[in-house]
Design a protein around this ligand. Structure first.
Ligand code: UDP
Length: 337
């Protein structure tokens, strides 16, 4: 029996696949390389010493997806595939709604047809919206301020409705906080398509000399140093969280939303300084205006993950900074040789 991983060539997907293979799961990856590079597949094999099946496919291709289910005995799905750039989603909402939501609907229809009813979904802490106060707990109301976030909110609803309609479904909605860091080897890591939108890849590209300086979006928030506070989580912890969620989904039915965070908040300046100290490099920065849609403070209440899944994050901010830099300096152009 195999685990189907959609978006398995991406940043979080690739780290999760390595862990799945390390734990002797059979893996089938579906990815369209819209935000990933084929080289990652060789690196996954190199790190795990194991093989897997791969299909270059977008989830909107229903016939292609049916073939994947015909050719493999799929037991459960970990569903990472989706567009994730907030800014682009505001400019191209139809592209985001179609790819992320319709793609998921097609996946669910095919799963249903093949009687595969277990799914772990990549949701996001963005579903806590602008109105909740951290620490965020899973029972808080969800909302979003941009089409990317809306796709996460809608897909959570779609999956929850599915469980209401048929109690055999087992659904885990994993709400990721801010994943950073990379595999210890420096062979896989985050490789953004364009100029990075997120903090850590921006910092590492400044460190490697591809970008001149970091722009810090506001220093007048109500936080200890005025810059925004987030819950940064090591991608390897996140990957382990998927393994724990999968174990749970295989043994239970119903729907559970679960935060994957550390429960601890760090400011933008905390991260900049931690990066400088861990790696002995300087990160020049300037303070600019706030970025529209940003909240002041976001971090998880991580209790439920520990109680329900027996999982908690173990890596420090220093580990995250060290491994992010190790990846970037060994691969200045990402997977582009
Ligand atoms: N941030 C920043 N400069 C950047 C990118 C991000 O100051 O170039 C800040 C952002 O305002 C937020 C934090 O870093 O306070 C994390 O932002 P990111 O986009 O990585 O994740 P988000 O939590 O917004 O999804």
């Amino acid at each position: 029996m195999a685990i189907l991983v959609t978006g398995g060539a991406g940043y979080i997907g690739s780290h999760t696949v390595v862990e799945l293979l390390n734990q002797d799961h059979e893996v089938v990856i579906v990815d369209d390389f819209s935000n990933a590079h084929p080289t990652v597949l060789d690196r996954i094999k190199e790190l795990s010493g194991k093989d897997f099946s791969f299909y270059e496919l977008n989830l909107l291709d229903k016939e292609g997806l049916e073939k994947v289910f015909e050719e493999n005995e799929i037991e459960a799905v970990i569903h990472f595939a989706g567009f994730k750039a907030v800014g682009e989603s505001v400019e191209k909402p139809l592209k985001y709604y179609h790819n992320n939501i319709t793609g998921t609907l097609v996946l669910l229809e095919v799963m249903k047809a093949f009687n595969v009813k277990k799914i772990v979904f990549s949701s996001s802490a963005t579903v806590y919206g602008m109105d909740n106060k951290a620490p965020f707990t899973e029972d808080m109301p969800t909302s979003a301020t941009n089409p990317y976030g809306q796709t996460k909110v809608f897909i959570e609803h779609i999956l929850s409705d599915l469980v209401v309609s048929d109690e055999e479904w087992s659904v885990i909605l994993l709400r990721y906080f801010n994943p950073i860091g990379a595999h210890e080897s420096g062979r896989i890591g985050e490789d953004p398509n364009d100029v990075p939108n997120n903090l850590m890849p921006y910092i590492t590209q400044v460190a490697v000399g591809k970008l001149e300086q970091l722009s810090i979006f506001g220093d007048d928030y109500e936080t200890h140093d005025g810059t925004g506070v987030r819950d940064y989580i090591h991608v390897l912890d996140l990957a382990q969280g998927h393994l724990s969620a999968l174990d749970y989904a295989l043994k239970h039915s119903g729907v559970e939303a679960v935060n994957l965070g550390t429960g601890e908040g760090y400011s933008v300046l905390d991260v900049v300084h931690a990066f400088e100290n861990a790696n002995d490099v300087e990160i020049p920065y300037e303070i600019v205006d706030r970025r529209p849609g940003d909240i002041a403070v976001g971090y998880a209440d991580a209790t439920k993950a520990k109680e329900l899944l027996g999982w908690e994050a173990v890596h420090s901010l220093e580990d995250m900074c060290r491994t992010s830099w190790n990846w970037q300096k060994n691969n200045p152009n990402g997977y582009e040789e």
